[in-house]
Write a protein that binds this ligand. Structure first.
Ligand SMILES: C[S@@+](CC[C@H](N)C(=O)[O-])C[C@H]1O[C@@H](n2cnc3c(N)ncnc32)[C@H](O)[C@@H]1O
Length: 185
């Protein structure tokens, strides 16, 4: 959703400048900055951060251990993966495809001195089978695609923790505060 702010600022600059080539450069930059986030919005979810109560639910359901490699697919500003990284986990990674949101997440991690790794990238194109826990807050269409494309490739015992949206064809292992836990059999 930070794309709206970026579009607003760039539109103002494009209208304000009198130089034709600067207008062209700004327009090109705007498209580059905004396109991945629009794709992420359509294929995953827009940036809407998880509420504190849901984050507490994720932490309780996760029962994270020092051996866990955890990934947040669509980490937004990194608030969930940052909380997880503060506990005992082996690795905490967040993928984010929206450029402004990714930069915000990196900035917040830098100032918080967090040990989570924020990566720019499309989680649909990552090998997620190496993770022990996957956390997400994605729209129902994305959850359906997750169930079809990613769930079958996960190793036995992988925990998937989803805020708000369910995997329709998988039995829920536990539920807390609108957060669902699934364990791959
Ligand atoms: C609803 S927000 C959740 C943010 C964070 N996980 C939380 O719970 O606060 C979903 C995020 O997923 C990102 N996203 C959607 N599709 C993505 C994709 N294919 N690759 C990486 N990030 C994606 C969006 O840009 C957005 O920031």
């Amino acid at each position: 959703m930070l794309e709206v702010l970026v579009t607003f600022v760039f539109t103002f600059l494009i209208v304000w400048t009198a130089w034709f080539w600067l207008k062209v450069v700004l327009l090109a930059l705007l498209l580059v900055l905004v396109f991945p986030g629009v794709y992420a919005m359509v294929r995953g979810a827009p940036f809407v951060p998880s509420m504190n109560k849901a984050i507490e639910g994720m932490l309780k359901l996760g029962k994270f251990k020092g051996t866990d490699r955890v990934v947040d697919i669509g980490c937004g500003d990194g608030r969930v993966i940052r909380r997880i990284a503060r506990g005992k986990v082996k690795e905490a990674v967040g993928y984010e495809l929206s450029i402004p949101t990714f930069l915000l997440a990196r900035l917040r991690t830098f100032f918080a001195g967090g040990k989570e790794k924020i990566r720019f990238g499309n989680f649909w194109h990552q090998d997620l089978s190496k993770y022990d826990v996957i956390v997400c807050f994605l729209l129902i269409e994305a959850m359906t695609n997750f169930e079809k494309d990613i769930w079958p490739k996960l190793k036995k015992g992988t925990r998937v923790i989803s805020n708000a949206f369910k995997l329709r064809g998988v039995k829920i292992t536990a539920e807390k505060d609108g957060v669902y836990l699934y364990v791959k059999k």
